[in-house]
Design a binder for this molecule. Structure first.
Ligand code: C2E
Ligand code: MG
Ligand code: MG
Length: 414
């Protein structure tokens, strides 16, 4: 049974909503006085439906509160206001990196409600993102987490998960992104959080060194199973302001016998300041050494296009907020298409992030996108899960593990 929460000051509407969703087999809690959200236990709630206009806290203030609580379930908005206002709320939701689900303009019929809860994306909360796990860690403040993180670094107990990247036309696995993982007392702490803590606490270099070592070491154990597979590693902004990362990467790549040309370094564009010459110098040195460079989360920063002009990049990753809102926004589809067009002309490898359904895959192929990554293919996995996943993937898609040539020839004569 799905657990919903409706926050709406209109009691009559709330009654209708709760009764209707109950008849659809869901469990709906209602908050009529929006300030009561502060006392509410959000742990079991999988989907919150928020009215935009309310007397005490309006929908936008509630969003900020949910962001502070690191709420990981879905969020939908309902309002009698015009669609434009609802769209702005959606945008704000995505800016806060909350999981936007749908807009529901009042009045709406039971049919509209049915559609809302049958949307495919609703069922797709990965194990990794289940509210229970994430909410627990809110109990720790950054200061409390810091000594634990130091111990995790000293004992090298951080881990790396791998998420495959798929060549859309052939279904071939073209590479993996390494994503840092930290489990504290059985709870996963999100990397966005512990990386920010490590940056603030001045221990990011040690953390990066562990991630570089572990991801290359583990990748080297399964890379031989896939032809021409690459590894992507995320680099923190601060790594670009100190110059020893290129040498460390070079040394580790040699140690694990991986060619630098098979390694892509992902850098979030928001951190790439135009006038930071040291960053540009380090990026250029990495390219000279043969590593590839990717602009991560493209489209979310302010300097996107400038970075393309100034930086020696080989790849562009379209941010998942664009990909996930393609299904309900014509504007977003136009933006994604333009980004793909521009990247193609600039001869950049294009990766779409956060692909969660087949409709999006088809759209991306039609737009000329070549590679994608997302839960529709696989969630990030531990090394121990990779070979099983690869075997299943190759079986489903009729790709030979050891001999890609057979597949290539088969495709040629189809
Ligand atoms: P990112 O580099 O953009 O990584 C992609 C994020 O999207 C990952 O979150 C991944 O689990 C998630 N993701 C992938 N497919 C889907 C999907 O279909 N739907 C949804 N909703 N999400 C999807 P994760 O692992 O929580 O990492 C978050 C961010 O933390 C990363 O964003 C990256 O910026 C940072 N990060 C992770 N590992 C490292 C690291 O080793 N070093 C540094 N500096 N940053 C890291
Ligand atoms: Mg990345
Ligand atoms: Mg990204």
């Amino acid at each position: 049974m799905k657990n919903l929460l409706l926050i709406d000051d209109d009691q009559q509407f709330s009654h209708f909503f709760a009764t209707a969703t109950k008849s659809m087999g869901m469990n709906c809690k209602v908050i009529n006085e929006s300030k009561n959200i502060m006392l509410f236990d959000l742990k079991p709630i999988e989907h919150i439906i928020i009215d935009l206009l309310m007397p005490e806290y309006d929908g936008l203030q509630i969003l900020r509160f949910l962001k502070e609580k690191d709420y990981r379930g879905h969020i939908s908005f309902t309002s009698g206001q015009d669609m434009l206002l609802l769209k702005s709320a959606q945008e704000l939701c995505e800016l806060h990196q909350l999981r936007f689900h749908s807009l529901l303009k009042k009045p709406f019929s039971l049919y509209g409600l049915d559609e809302l809860f049958n949307l495919e994306s609703f069922v797709k909360i990965s194990d990794e993102e289940k509210p229970k796990e994430i909410i627990n860690q809110v109990e720790f403040s950054d200061t409390e987490l810091m000594p634990h993180l130091k111990i995790a670094i000293e004992t090298s107990s951080l881990d790396v998960f791998f998420q495959p990247q798929i060549e859309l036309k052939t279904n071939r696995v073209s590479g993996f992104e390494a994503l840092a993982r930290w489990k504290l007392n059985g709870t996963f702490i999100p990397p966005t959080r512990f990386i920010a803590i490590a940056e603030k606490g001045g221990i990011i270099s040690q953390l990066t060194a562990i991630i570089i070592d572990k991801s290359l070491q583990q990748f080297s154990t399964f890379v031989s199973s896939i032809k021409k597979s690459c590894l992507s590693i995320n680099l923190s902004a601060l790594e670009l302001s100190q110059s020893d990362v290129p040498d460390l990467l070079k040394q580790k790549a040699a140690e694990y016998n991986i060619a630098p040309s098979s390694i892509t370094l992902e850098i979030t564009e928001t951190v790439l300041l135009e006038k930071n010459t040291l960053s540009l110098e380090i990026l250029t040195r990495l390219r000279l050494m043969g590593f590839k460079l990717s602009i991560d989360d493209f489209g979310t920063g302010y300097s996107s296009v400038n970075m393309l002009k100034n930086g020696p990049f080989t790849e562009l990753k379209i941010d998942r907020t664009f990909i996930s809102s393609m299904h309900n926004s014509n504007q977003t589809r136009v933006i994604v298409e333009s980004i793909i067009d521009m990247a193609t002309r600039l001869n950049l490898r294009i990766v779409a992030e956060g692909v969660e359904d087949n409709v999006t895959i088809d759209r991306l192929i039609r737009m000329g996108c070549t590679i994608a990554q997302g839960y529709v293919f696989a969630k990030p996995m531990a090394k121990s899960e990779i070979l099983t996943w690869l075997n299943d993937w190759h079986k489903i898609h009729n790709i030979s593990l050891k001999n890609d040539k057979v597949h290539f020839l088969r495709g040629l004569f189809k």
